[in-house]
Design a protein. Structure first.
Length: 126
């Protein structure tokens, strides 16, 4: 019997350390509060959860990328967002992410406003 492909958020998290699971669960809850009626989709091959308002890449607002050392809160077109607190990392020309090493990182001033700004920018594009 081969390994089963994770289909749910919980299935995906099961293979990660408890601290990473706790951070990912808290991030998911925060995203659900910041992004009303957002839908989520697990991409097991990429170890990420996409948060979107429509099908495909065009509907995507942000992602949670899970690894053994932490969680990255990815913002679609984050390079275009104002980031006065310099929370966004990454060198890509389009996307940026906020590293989350623990639940307290979600409480940093600026995290919620960046997610809401990404959502507002998505609405303007669509």
């Amino acid at each position: 019997m081969g390994t089963r492909t994770p289909r749910t958020f919980e299935d995906l998290l099961a293979k990660y350390p408890k601290a990473v699971q706790t951070t990912a669960v808290a991030a998911r809850q925060a995203l659900r509060s910041w992004l009303p009626e957002v839908q989520e989709e697990v991409d097991a091959s990429a170890s990420l959860i996409g948060f979107h308002y429509g099908p495909g890449y065009r509907g995507l607002v942000c992602t949670l990328l899970v690894s053994k050392t932490g969680v990255k809160l990815g913002l679609v077109r984050g390079a275009e967002l104002s980031d006065p607190r310099r929370l966004l990392e990454g060198r890509g020309k389009v996307h940026r992410y906020i590293p989350l090493e623990g639940v307290s990182d979600l409480e940093q001033a600026g995290v919620g406003p960046l997610v809401k700004a990404a959502h507002a920018a998505w609405k303007e594009r669509n």
